[in-house]
Design a binder for this molecule. Structure first.
Ligand code: XIL
Length: 443
């Protein structure tokens, strides 16, 4: 891989592996030339290009991870495969520009899909970890940390695993769940520092009136796990079984492993409360039965946000995300004595098209969000973004990420790099970002 050494030094004043300035300029000129030719030949209109030839400036940027290192690590997802159904989905691994960008900008990675149940174990006797293993090797080679995603989920899970949601076969579903958690956690061992044990047990919207005693009434009804096993507080509860199993295995692998409950729309007040009560009950029971020990260590706020209410490319009727509500959720969860992480950050705007005005609006929300993360940094364990560039995003139509076509850093990137400068005077900042970001973060 050109220009990226095998390990990054997070606080290094100057990256020791950076090529000499002359070399860089020559490289940029060559890239610019290639980019120009390819653009002329192959990209008749804007909006596609994904993993194509990067914009010349993509490798002379400040590193988000280095900028934020005093507060929290910044992460991203990695994919080992192409998805034919996505506008410009490209594998990150094996693509030099994408690998380089990942290593330079981020310090902790999540597999976008390769560690999900349907990927690892599509059939009871199939084990398909080749993609995940390649991601682990990439992480190891470049000194990146790895977060595991996800052990138990209603989605991207083969129906056989939850016994087709059949209550009469609940014992089979429990055995499958326990076997799956154990097999997957043991396979990756302590090379993975934290796991999303359970993902999305509540639906997109949770109604009013949630309380400590009734949160179970608000669980996602169409989860095969809930249907097969149930959530009886005095009997089998799929949530309790998932976390106690993962805790037992974690104790054998690495007692410091961080176990997460992960969900989306947690900025909504009702859903925030449902998750709060659920996690509190699980942790209180476990503490009673285990000398005050904690069961769930962390809450993952997926943070699939929206800079405008409509036309975002992903149905979302609730209007733009409020940074204040995000901060309120971080604080509420932290009040349980747990870590909070931002696990899948992306912010949609527009529907395929992205005008300069929309790009500014989106960047403003990114800036506000990073200010909220910084203000709550004492509770935040990591901030991970869900993808590198818009064309490769699972929400590509909503242009949600920090980079655009051909890995162009969008205004959102600069907003994340220095939110204060961006919000104070975006034009002045964007005209000369070097004047606003310490030179030790650049390469
Ligand atoms: C998405 C991936 O990005 C897509 O590639 C896949 O097709 C669907 O899942 N919540 C999660 C993630 O926890 O696993 C989802 O990832 C996005 C929503």
């Amino acid at each position: 891989m050109r220009g990226t050494g095998s390990k990054r030094a997070p606080h290094a004043a100057a990256a020791p592996h950076a090529p000499a300035a002359g070399q860089r300029a020559a490289g940029r000129a060559a890239l610019a030339l290639v980019a120009g030719v390819v653009l002329l030949l192959a990209v008749p209109s804007c909006g596609t290009g994904g993993g194509g030839v990067p914009t010349p400036e993509f490798d002379v940027l400040p590193s988000l991870n280095e900028i934020w290192a005093p507060y929290f690590p910044v992460g991203n997802i990695v994919s080992s495969v192409n998805y034919s159904w996505r506008p410009a989905r490209v594998a990150d691994l094996g693509n030099q520009a994408r690998e380089e960008l990942l290593v330079r900008q981020f310090s902790i990675i999540t597999a976008e899909d390769e560690m999900k149940p349907d990927w690892l174990r599509p059939q009871p006797h199939t084990w398909n970890a080749a993609g995940a293993d390649r991601i682990m090797a990439f992480a190891q080679e470049h000194g990146l940390r790895v977060h595991g995603h996800t052990l138990v989920w209603h989605s991207q899970t083969p129906a056989w695993m939850y016994a087709d949601g059949d209550r009469a076969r609940s014992a089979e579903a429990i055995a499958n769940m326990q076997y799956h958690i154990e097999r997957v956690m043991r396979h990756f061992g302590d090379a993975i520092e934290s796991w999303d044990v359970l993902n999305e047990v509540f639906p997109s919207t949770v109604g009013g009136g949630v309380s400590a005693g009734n949160w179970r009434n608000f669980l996602r009804g169409y989860s095969g796990w809930l249907r097969a096993i149930g959530s009886n507080p005095n009997g089998d509860c799929f949530i309790w079984i998932a976390f106690t199993t993962a805790r037992r295995i974690a104790d054998e692998i690495n007692p410091n492993m961080v176990l997460y409950y992960n969900d989306y729309n947690l900025d909504s007040a009702n859903k925030r409360l449902a998750v709060y009560y659920m996690v509190r009950e699980m942790n209180e029971r476990f503490a009673r039965e285990n000398n005050g020990r904690r069961l769930i260590d962390a809450i993952g706020m997926q943070a699939h946000y929206h800079a405008s209410g409509q036309g975002s490319g992903a149905a979302y009727p609730w209007g733009p995300t409020s940074p204040g509500a995000v901060g309120a959720s971080i604080q509420r969860f932290a009040s349980l004595g747990l870590y909070v992480s931002i696990t899948e950050l992306d912010v949609t705007i527009g529907n395929v098209t992205l005008s300069p005005r929309m790009e500014r609006q989106q960047a403003n929300l990114y800036a506000q969000l990073f200010q909220v993360f910084r203000d709550n940094a004492g509770s935040i364990r990591r901030v991970s973004i869900w993808g590198i560039d818009d064309p490769a995003s699972w929400r590509a139509r909503g242009n949600p990420l920090l980079f655009g076509s051909n890995l162009r850093p969008k205004e959102a990137f600069w907003a994340a790099a220095n939110p204060d400068a961006f919000r104070r005077n975006a034009n002045a900042y964007l005209a000369d970002p070097k004047a606003f970001i310490d030179e030790r973060f650049w390469r």
